[in-house]
Design a protein around this ligand. Structure first.
Ligand code: SF4
Ligand code: SF4
Ligand code: FES
Length: 281
């Protein structure tokens, strides 16, 4: 019988324990994945006891507290601290989410923090996003329209008078067309912050991440297909017509369930499939 075993260095070992300072009354434990490419050691889970009276309420606050006060070698990405840049995406308590918008008190018991799953790790909580960025570039995520922008006379004169329009230099959209991108409820595809919580929660992406584009990139593809100012809809759809790039989505919905911004990549993928059928009719 064939026997499978994980490579020895893939086992996560129990790491160091850092107790809370004496006198701490409001303790919370954070078990954090650590891996350093510069030594040959296995990854480990270090355990940090934090006095929450000294620390902000979010998981990112706790990580920053640890880095500043307990262990400066801890490595993670972050920038905006308000759910806009997408850089602090990680797995917290078993769910992919943003550390800056996840409250510590919303995680039951000790808080386990690991990098986004099924991605190579650069160090500690930092995943290697090169492959997914390459896939994003492959959908040509920029506006493509060779037509000249509307002449001054064709531009809404009220908008010009109010200083909202630059006639001859920009392409205006109707509010209805803009809603297709932003979403009437603010959860449209243009609101995606490219955190990749969705792609790294998708089983199809885990197994075929080299060929399947995954929900984050497909949502971006839909964002450009749905943009009424773009003129490359046909070419964009044709480029996705491939057994792997799009059709590895089996509507498992992990992507939509995990998105920390409340977006719906699974619906975007369904929209692309529908547009493909329409294009063939
Ligand atoms: S709906 Fe599709 S893209 Fe989303 S998790 Fe499922 S298989 Fe992946
Ligand atoms: S759809 Fe949501 S989870 Fe996926 S990359 Fe965009 S913001 Fe992140
Ligand atoms: S730090 Fe920017 S989204 Fe969390």
């Amino acid at each position: 019988m064939v026997q499978f075993a994980l490579p020895k260095n893939s086992t996560v070992t129990q790491g160091k324990h850092y107790p809370a300072p004496e006198g701490a009354k409001n303790k919370h434990t954070f078990n954090v994945y650590r891996w350093n490419p510069d030594n040959k050691e296995n990854p480990r889970l270090d355990s940090y006891e934090i006095d929450m009276d000294k620390c902000g309420p979010m998981v990112l606050d706790a990580l920053i507290y640890i880095k500043n006060n307990v262990d400066s070698t801890l490595t993670f990405r972050r920038s905006c601290r308000e759910g806009i840049c997408g850089s602090c995406a990680m797995n917290i308590g078993g769910t992919n989410t943003l550390a800056c918008t996840k409250a510590c008190e919303d995680v039951k018991g000790d808080v386990k923090i690991t990098p986004l799953p099924h991605m190579p790790v650069v160090k500690d909580l930092v995943p290697d996003l090169n492959q997914v960025y390459k896939q994003h570039a492959s959908i040509e995520p920029w506006m493509q329209n060779d037509e000249k922008p509307p002449s001054p006379s064709a531009t809404n004169s009220d908008a010009v008078a109010a200083g909202f329009a630059a006639p001859g230099r920009e392409r205006l959209q109707s509010p209805e067309d803009a809603d297709k991108l932003n979403g009437k409820d603010g959860h449209g595809p243009a609101m995606c912050i490219m955190c990749f919580c969705c792609s790294t929660a998708c089983p199809s992406y885990w197994w075929n991440g080299d060929k399947f584009l995954g929900p984050a990139v497909l949502l971006q593809a839909w964002r450009w297909i749905a943009d009424t100012r773009d003129r490359m809809k046909k070419k964009r759809l044709e480029s996705l017509e491939d057994p792997f790039k799009l059709y590895r989505c089996h509507t498992i919905m992990n992507c939509t369930n995990t998105c920390p911004k409340g977006l719906n990549p699974a619906k975007a993928i369904a929209e692309i499939k529908m547009q493909m059928v329409k294009q063939k009719e």
